[in-house]
Design a protein. Sequence first.
Length: 84
Amino acid sequence: MSGIRWHTKALRQLRKIDRQDNAAIRQAVNGLAAMPACSGVKALTNHKYGYRLRVGRYRVFFDFDGEVRVVEIQEVKKRDEHTY
């Protein structure tokens, strides 16, 4: 089994983002199905989530289970001084 799971919090955050950025984020997240061979992804240390995906001004925080190949999208945030 492999796939991408969106948490309710992340979907709520995504709905608040304008249509153009929303589409770019969804497209980039769909590319995460090829994990771990993805661009724009960085493993995080000392952070609530394991990875982040950079999409323009936005950051998508997620966890990845390498065994089952499930990507769980946790949060979508605009990049600012409070993002990390």
